[in-house]
Design a protein around this ligand. Structure first.
Ligand code: COA
Length: 435
């Protein structure tokens, strides 16, 4: 068997030395969430802050590390972040005018990369090398494979806290230009808050999910909390964009066993995982979870292959036609489209499938209704009126798909917060929607 240790030692360097190799004008890529390389990006930010870089761009998706280029507007133009989705940092930078956003369906990103981009370097966090010279890409597998095809150089940050996904993407030492070792606990997402409202919403959805269903839970507090309401179910399966804490809970309590899936039976399928340490421990060396590229996992034609596919996603506001905004508060950017529309469509195309858009009826301490006569000017329509299926608040469930505008308005007003129902009724009547 080949001994890779001397080749590994030759390629090993430090974050500062790697940062020194980066040239002005380079485009750098990384994958979503915990697959980004925090030590390499921090070293680059130090170099940029000292005036040693200009025109370097970094593409991210769901930033979960506090990247300096999203925290410090002074780095704009030297080291600038572009996000395919947005995390807390990118949201701040995009709205602050010192970062930019790349609108896209998550599923299409590998296609955009193959068609439009060439990376001077791709920087990824990976788990330690195995005896055959492979590094696991760990808890994310979304578009790294496409990026690696378009990478002039590959820089790895080897982190012993990155799980080894045995059914996920791998990269071989021979494909790597340089690597650093940097052990750092992976960022964690606070567990879902199980307050009275989210428990009510979760129970309303759970009543409509049969045993044996296959689930997707979207990004956000309500979808993840809803997962917790499914603990009494049996034989559930998982096919999802993001693998969350509530999914591990459902697996460990026995509600999920993936035994009834039509594809990937016996395995949970996801494109990335983000949550507590419990998730990363679950992925490590576990053949029961497959991390696969997003152009496969989020393809509605793949999603719908599982019968009784149930998608549960969040929203910021919904208008009386049933148009769903999940990306902005008016013109203020909050997030990308992710896979919401693909899971709405995939679930609705699946035999027995259903899609739920779930949210608390109000925002900002009860002062704003999330069900609105019209979307706030500038709001992004994520899921169209033609695709929307069930809308859920703590006041009930409105089935909209295939129903008239008048029926939609009536059903949505019934699940709006009582304080806003008169106003919504007045606006709907004014527009001739309630006859
Ligand atoms: N008007 C004004 N502010 C609003 C609002 C509204 N209608 N709705 C929410 N907000 C505010 C909240 O008060 C909160 O403010 P804070 O950060 O100051 O507390 C903020 O917006 C976020 O709202 P919240 O309901 O906590 O959002 P979340 O973190 O649960 O995320 C989405 C919700 C919609 C942003 C998230 O699900 C998302 O990114 N979706 C898009 C893509 C998608 O669905 N992907 C998954 C598919 S696989």
């Amino acid at each position: 068997m080949t001994d890779y240790s001397s080749l590994y030692a030759q390629k090993r360097t430090t974050a500062d030395e790697l940062a020194a190799r980066v040239e002005n004008g380079w485009l750098l890529g990384t994958d979503a969430a915990v697959s980004a390389a925090p030590a390499i990006f921090s070293a680059l930010a130090r170099r940029a802050a000292e005036g040693g870089l200009s025109g370097v761009r970094v593409q991210t998706l769901l930033d979960v590390y506090p990247f300096e280029f999203y925290e410090d507007s002074g780095l704009f133009g030297k080291l600038t972040g572009f996000s395919w989705f947005s995390g807390t940092g990118a949201r701040k930078a995009v709205n602050g005018g010192y970062g930019d956003f790349l609108p896209a369906y998550y599923r299409d990103i590998p296609r955009h990369i193959r068609a439009n981009y060439s990376y001077d370097a791709v920087c990824l966090s990976v788990s330690p090398m195995d005896k055959h010279g492979y590094f696991s890409l760990g808890a994310t597998c979304s578009y790294a494979v496409a990026m690696l095809e378009k990478a002039k150089r590959v820089y790895l940050e080897v982190n012993r806290f990155q799980p080894r996904a045995v059914c996920g993407a791998q990269i071989h030492l021979s494909q790597v230009d340089a690597l650093i070792e940097h052990d750092q606990e992976l960022p964690v997402l606070a567990p879902p808050k199980l307050d009275e409202t989210s428990v009510t919403i979760g129970n309303l959805i759970a009543e409509r999910i049969p045993d044996g269903a296959c689930i997707q839970l979207g990004i956000g507090a309500i979808p993840d909390a809803t997962g917790m309401a499914l603990k009494a179910k049996h034989d559930l399966g998982i096919h999802t964009e993001m693998f969350t804490d509530s999914m591990v809970e459902l697996i460990e309590c026995g509600a999920v066993n993936n035994s009834k899936k039509q594809i990937h039976r016996g395995q949970s399928v996801t494109t990335f995982a983000y949550g507590s340490k419990r998730i990363y421990d679950y992925i490590d060396d576990n053949p029961a979870i497959a991390l696969m590229p997003v152009d496969y996992v989020n393809d509605p034609e793949v999603i719908c292959k599982n019968d009784n596919m149930i998608s549960i996603n969040a929203a910021l506001e919904v208008d009386l036609w049933g148009q769903v905004c999940a990306e902005s508060v008016g013109t203020k950017h909050m997030s990308g489209s992710g896979g919401q529309i693909d899971y709405v469509r995939g679930a609705c195309q699946s035999k027995g499938g259903k899609s739920f858009i779930a949210f608390t009826s109000t925002a900002k301490g009860g002062t704003i209704s999330k069900i609105k006569p019209i979307l706030t000017p500038g709001a992004v329509c994520t899921t169209s009126k033609n695709d929307v299926d069930y809308v859920v608040t703590e006041y009930g469930v409105a089935h909209l798909r295939g129903h008239s505008l008048g029926e939609r308005a009536k059903r949505l007003i019934e699940i709006a917060h009582p304080d806003f129902r008169d106003e919504l009724r007045f606006e709907a009547k004014k527009r001739g929607m309630l006859i």
